[in-house]
Write a new protein. Sequence first.
Length: 111
Amino acid sequence: MALPHNVLCLIREYSRPLTRPDWRTLHRLSNYNLFYCISNDNIPNRLLTIININMQSSLWFCMYTFIELWGPHNAGIGFNIPTKELIQINGLINAVHNYEYMNEQIRRLRD
Protein backbone atom coordinates (compact mmCIF):
# COMPACT_ATOMS: atom_id res chain seq x y z
CA MET A 1 0.00 0.00 0.00
CA ALA A 2 1.47 3.36 -1.03
CA LEU A 3 1.64 6.31 1.31
CA PRO A 4 -0.83 9.17 0.81
CA HIS A 5 0.24 11.94 -1.56
CA ASN A 6 0.64 14.57 1.19
CA VAL A 7 2.97 12.25 3.15
CA LEU A 8 5.09 11.63 0.06
CA CYS A 9 5.34 15.40 -0.51
CA LEU A 10 6.51 15.90 3.07
CA ILE A 11 9.14 13.18 2.75
CA ARG A 12 10.31 14.65 -0.54
CA GLU A 13 10.61 18.15 0.96
CA TYR A 14 12.44 17.04 4.09
CA SER A 15 14.88 14.87 2.15
CA ARG A 16 16.10 17.81 0.04
CA PRO A 17 19.28 19.49 1.20
CA LEU A 18 19.05 22.60 3.36
CA THR A 19 21.25 24.42 0.88
CA ARG A 20 18.28 24.82 -1.44
CA PRO A 21 17.53 28.52 -1.97
CA ASP A 22 13.87 28.14 -0.99
CA TRP A 23 14.27 25.85 2.05
CA ARG A 24 12.96 28.59 4.35
CA THR A 25 9.59 28.47 2.61
CA LEU A 26 9.02 24.91 3.78
CA HIS A 27 5.94 24.74 6.00
CA ARG A 28 6.86 22.92 9.21
CA LEU A 29 4.09 21.04 10.95
CA SER A 30 3.96 21.85 14.66
CA ASN A 31 3.35 19.15 17.26
CA TYR A 32 -0.18 20.38 17.87
CA ASN A 33 -0.99 20.49 14.15
CA LEU A 34 0.35 16.95 13.76
CA PHE A 35 -1.66 15.83 16.80
CA TYR A 36 -4.80 17.43 15.33
CA CYS A 37 -4.19 15.97 11.85
CA ILE A 38 -3.69 12.40 12.99
CA SER A 39 -6.77 12.50 15.18
CA ASN A 40 -8.97 13.98 12.44
CA ASP A 41 -7.69 12.40 9.23
CA ASN A 42 -8.06 9.17 7.31
CA ILE A 43 -4.58 7.68 7.77
CA PRO A 44 -3.83 3.95 7.39
CA ASN A 45 -3.80 2.22 10.78
CA ARG A 46 -0.18 1.05 10.62
CA LEU A 47 1.15 4.54 9.86
CA LEU A 48 -1.18 6.04 12.47
CA THR A 49 0.16 3.63 15.09
CA ILE A 50 3.77 4.58 14.30
CA ILE A 51 2.99 8.30 14.47
CA ASN A 52 1.04 7.89 17.73
CA ILE A 53 3.83 5.92 19.42
CA ASN A 54 6.42 8.50 18.40
CA MET A 55 4.23 11.42 19.44
CA GLN A 56 3.31 9.93 22.81
CA SER A 57 6.97 9.56 23.67
CA SER A 58 7.68 13.25 22.99
CA LEU A 59 8.08 15.84 25.72
CA TRP A 60 5.44 18.04 24.06
CA PHE A 61 2.79 15.31 24.34
CA CYS A 62 3.70 14.68 27.98
CA MET A 63 3.26 18.38 28.74
CA TYR A 64 -0.04 18.51 26.79
CA THR A 65 -1.45 15.53 28.69
CA PHE A 66 -0.17 16.79 32.05
CA ILE A 67 -1.84 20.18 31.51
CA GLU A 68 -5.13 18.55 30.49
CA LEU A 69 -5.18 16.47 33.67
CA TRP A 70 -3.58 18.69 36.31
CA GLY A 71 -3.68 22.22 34.91
CA PRO A 72 -1.03 24.67 33.74
CA HIS A 73 0.14 25.71 37.21
CA ASN A 74 0.96 22.15 38.28
CA ALA A 75 2.49 21.42 34.86
CA GLY A 76 4.75 24.44 35.23
CA ILE A 77 5.93 23.10 38.57
CA GLY A 78 6.30 19.56 37.24
CA PHE A 79 8.32 20.57 34.18
CA ASN A 80 10.14 23.42 35.95
CA ILE A 81 8.92 25.95 33.37
CA PRO A 82 7.12 29.19 34.26
CA THR A 83 3.40 28.85 33.50
CA LYS A 84 3.40 31.82 31.12
CA GLU A 85 6.21 30.29 29.07
CA LEU A 86 4.59 26.87 29.14
CA ILE A 87 1.29 27.99 27.66
CA GLN A 88 3.10 29.87 24.90
CA ILE A 89 4.42 26.60 23.47
CA ASN A 90 2.52 25.85 20.29
CA GLY A 91 -0.76 24.06 21.01
CA LEU A 92 -0.51 23.87 24.79
CA ILE A 93 -3.08 26.64 25.21
CA ASN A 94 -5.57 24.12 23.80
CA ALA A 95 -4.69 21.75 26.63
CA VAL A 96 -5.43 24.61 29.06
CA HIS A 97 -8.83 25.13 27.43
CA ASN A 98 -9.55 21.39 27.69
CA TYR A 99 -8.55 21.43 31.37
CA GLU A 100 -10.82 24.43 32.09
CA TYR A 101 -13.72 22.89 30.17
CA MET A 102 -13.36 19.57 32.01
CA ASN A 103 -13.28 21.31 35.40
CA GLU A 104 -16.33 23.40 34.49
CA GLN A 105 -18.25 20.21 33.60
CA ILE A 106 -17.20 18.60 36.90
CA ARG A 107 -18.38 21.69 38.83
CA ARG A 108 -21.75 21.57 37.05
CA LEU A 109 -22.19 17.91 37.96
CA ARG A 110 -21.47 18.63 41.62
CA ASP A 111 -23.99 21.48 41.83
